[in-house]
Ligand binder design. Sequence first.
Ligand code: ZN
Length: 329
Amino acid sequence: MHSRLTRRSVLGGAIAAPLIARARPTTGAVPTATFALPIGLPDHIPGDGFVVRHGYASENTLYNPGWLHTGEDWYLTDGDTAGASIYAVGDGEVVFAGSEYPGLVVIVRHATDLYSMYGHLAYDLAVEVGEPVERGQPLGTVLARSDGRAPSHLHFEVRTFLTTPEVNGNAPRYAYGCGYECPPGPGYWPLDAPEHPSAMGWRNPTHVIAHHSLPVTSGNGSAEVIVAAAPSAAAAPLWSAPLGGEEARSISEVTLPPGDRFPLLEVRAGAEDARSTSAEGYAVWYRLGLPDGRRGWVQAAVPSTAETGSDGRPSSVVFNFYPAVAVEP
Ligand SMILES: [Zn+2]
């Protein structure tokens, strides 16, 4: 299951789902870095076939009731996630590799205030500290878990810090797991803490990737999206605008046969420091061009109650589409 994905192959970009109020265009936001998804199977677009069972800033009642998850747990929709390939989501430098999470943790610095973190990796990492990495470069694979605490999966975080005093530096406010000067961090933050995880420097990974997912954000027809292997439904409504922003009306419907491709004209995503406390806070919308000439907005990812917080709100996110961005040889 170890991927031999080549650097020339098509890479998947972003992701996911719906909130709305803070949706804003990516236009102009990201001329430099472009991000892809952190996990994939050989010969597949990264992200395709995967689901987020426990989303950012949602409660994981299965393992840690009372705590908000500070990252995303990526699982294969069908089958064992062990052995899936983990990729750097963007260009950067490996600044941490180690720990016992269980499994190893890799942290990549993309900018002075932007880090991606990959947890529960198998012990034969493909990179070491100090190594520069490119978007889509393999970092390792998902550990085959046997500790009984959780099935094999990727814990993926995006944040502004490597260590910060109150979270994982010299004065952690909550001692969950990681402790002092521990770059991987706790992975959770109390539900009843005064600050939201976004206030501490964590970011909604799906929103960050969506904001960085396209080198060009409108118009030239070079970008495409691919219908996911397991979309949320057989068809999705096509809207005149993303819900929650301008006045939106339903135009028609788009059928979602897995593997179908559509031109991607524009992306809108919620704030990177979104402050929701369930997967309802996810907001990613794509403007598509359809073969019959219609254009409209679809929800790229959908909050799901496959897992919920103790209040019944969704903790999971199902993806309808993955962007495929052709990478120059
Ligand atoms: Zn996790």
